[in-house]
Design a protein around this ligand. Sequence first.
Ligand code: ATP
Length: 227
Amino acid sequence: MIELVDVSKSFTLHNQGGATIPVVKGASLKAEPGECVALTGPSGAGKSTLMRVIYGNYLAASGQVLVAGLDVARAEPRQILLLRRDTLGYVSQFLRVVPRVSALDVVAEPLLAVGCDRQVAMDRAAGLLKRLNIPERLWTLSPTTFSGGEKQRVNIARGFAHEYPAMLLDEPTASLDAQNRETVLSLIEEAKNKGVTIVGIFHDLDARERVCDREVDVSDFTPGMAA
Ligand SMILES: Nc1ncnc2c1ncn2[C@@H]1O[C@H](COP(=O)(O)OP(=O)(O)OP(=O)(O)O)[C@@H](O)[C@H]1O
């Protein structure tokens, strides 16, 4: 479902004389349906870079980045937008808040985007907000004024609203209390049981051990960092 074949990525620093910094070289990995693969390695190894390459935010310099059969490294922007709408979810660490859009609408939006019935979408959004302990009095308010933890939980609810066949998770349990962390781990386990393919960054070692089937050490692909 997600497969990287010999992927490399470098950055060109236009404000520093056009210097080119190779960041990832020869990255290959495969995640199958129902599997959760953790990207590991020290800070700066390129974990976030690889996640962005898979999501199509960064363009790979070479190699194949296959998600549900689409080579993201060669796809048209329109194909990438469709992939993100239907197939590939991304739970980042932070919620991008839009003033005047309620928490319920923020969570339901990915479902409405795939043509889900409005009432079904709203019911699912409410169920997720409840599971993630967002007080009901906040549901009709914009998350602009929510606490950091509340925003993070709205973001997770949004990420899990539509059942994407593949998901990228960037530290999904970071800074959550024990109860909400447990809920997020359950959401991940339920997704895996439904055959969702997951690639993620998990600094929380217990969480990683519990939900991840395999680890891929990204430093093996970092020029100058491999052991
Ligand atoms: N947009 C960019 N322009 C230039 N260099 C970048 C850019 N993004 C990342 N890098 C560099 O690529 C390398 C890998 O960064 P990346 O954020 O992928 O690491 P990471 O493994 O996710 O680290 P951490 O665990 O600290 O988040 C770093 O040396 C970083 O400076």
